[in-house]
Design a protein around this ligand. Structure first.
Ligand SMILES: [Zn+2]
Ligand SMILES: [Zn+2]
Length: 116
């Protein structure tokens, strides 16, 4: 029966910290105690436990990320609009080139045949 102190968190969880091993735990190579925990003191905490704190942090981070994501999406939309414009410009250029290319080819061919 080891001595523990307990922390009671506002989230309803509690954590205990070992104060001192009992004789059985002390002589056990793994300090295992097969008796019941003796809670010597209970400390009321006005915070959430580490797990919940982390969860809350993660939730806050996720919310922030989601907001970032929304921002990114808006940026992506603007970007894609720009991309669309760029694509359109590119397509125009390609079309222009396609129009010019056979002409060039014909011209080359014509001048080539002229040469012969
Ligand atoms: Zn013990
Ligand atoms: Zn908790």
């Amino acid at each position: 029966m080891c001595d523990w102190e307990e922390f009671q968190f506002i989230c309803g969880h509690n954590a205990s910290r070992l104060l001192s091993y009992c004789h059985f735990a002390r002589v056990d190579p793994y300090h295992q105690c097969f008796g019941v925990k003796v809670i010597k003191a209970t400390h009321m905490q006005d915070v959430a436990c580490d797990t919940c704190k982390k969860e809350m942090d993660d939730a806050a981070k996720a919310a922030a990320l989601q907001m970032n994501f929304a921002d990114n999406k808006q940026m992506k939309d603007a970007e894609s609009q720009q991309m669309g414009f760029r694509d359109y410009k590119h397509r125009l250029e390609v079309e222009k080139e396609e129009k010019e290319h056979p002409q060039k080819h014909k011209q080359g061919h014509a001048s080539g045949s002229k040469h012969h």
